[in-house]
Design a protein around this ligand. Structure first.
Ligand code: 13P
Length: 250
């Protein structure tokens, strides 16, 4: 029912030239692959190039962030209408690096989520607990709060296209992936909260991706979990052969 999504978050890596070189190598490796949706998230300066170069292929590209308004005196920001104008239909929201280093708030994630939905952009909302929160037994509370606040005043109908990425902060860029069981347990908490905020039907239909040190070697065991509907990959998505191996998990 839930088509898996394998997404690559390039963070602040790759110039347009490097992005196009990636596609040259990557596209032939995944040509004809339809089992999973494949989405790349390049930097804003490369996004338009990647969208154009991937046209007509099975690979999509989205933005790593956006503002919620259409225009205004907001230096450094990109609006939903601007993203739509270059053919962008996906956006990452509330990534932990935005929350930790750029003061992204629950309230703004909610505003951005609503704006994305209104503009036909599929939001991938990132949630995840800090190591300290896990150690203090606060994982469930943190995840529920993040999901609930993102979905504030969002109707079930509007939440239909939502994708969530569970990215435990202690697993990002550290090499210590969450075990498939730990990830699945967190996904199940998130799905319960979705049922609570929206409907059981929305919860059952929402793709929940796992992110945090996903590699070609561990994707297979993660994807065997019923609760895990795909992956949001950082470091390993920068190398065409590695990312293609992740897409082709068994
Ligand atoms: P890594 O795969 O490098 O741990 O990054 C995960 C991530 O933050 C994806 O958004």
């Amino acid at each position: 029912m839930r088509k898996p999504v394998i997404a690559g978050n390039w963070k602040m890596y790759k110039t347009p030239k490097e992005s196009l070189a990636f596609l040259d190598a990557f596209l032939p490796l995944v040509e004809g692959h339809t089992r999973d949706e494949i989405i790349l998230f390049p930097t804003m300066s490369s996004l338009g190039y990647v969208i154009d170069a991937a046209q007509g292929t099975n690979v999509r590209a989205g933005a790593q962030n956006m503002h919620w308004l259409n225009e205004g005196p907001y230096t450094g920001q990109t609006s939903p209408t601007m993203l739509v104008s270059i053919g962008c239909r996906h956006v990452l929201l509330g990534h932990s690096e935005q929350r930790l280093y750029f003061n992204e708030t629950y309230e703004r994630v909610n505003l951005k989520l609503k704006a994305a939905i209104n503009h036909g952009i599929t939001p991938i909302v990132c949630v995840g607990e800090l190591l300290g929160e896990r150690e203090d037994g606060k994982t469930e509370e943190t995840l529920r709060t993040q999901v609930r606040s993102a979905l504030r005043n969002v109707s079930s109908n509007e939440a239909r296209r939502l994708i969530i990425a569970y990215e435990p902060i202690w697993a990002i860029g550290t090499g210590s992936t969450a075990s498939p069981e730990i990830a699945a347990e967190a996904h199940s908490i998130i799905r319960h909260e979705l049922a609570h905020c929206c409907t059981q039907q929305i919860a059952d239909g929402t793709r929940i991706l796992y992110g945090g040190s996903v590699k070609p070697e561990n994707i297979g065991s993660l994807m065997k979990q019923e609760e895990i509907d795909g992956a949001l990959v950082g470091g390993a998505s920068l190398i065409p052969t590695d990312f293609a191996r992740i897409v082709q998990y068994q």
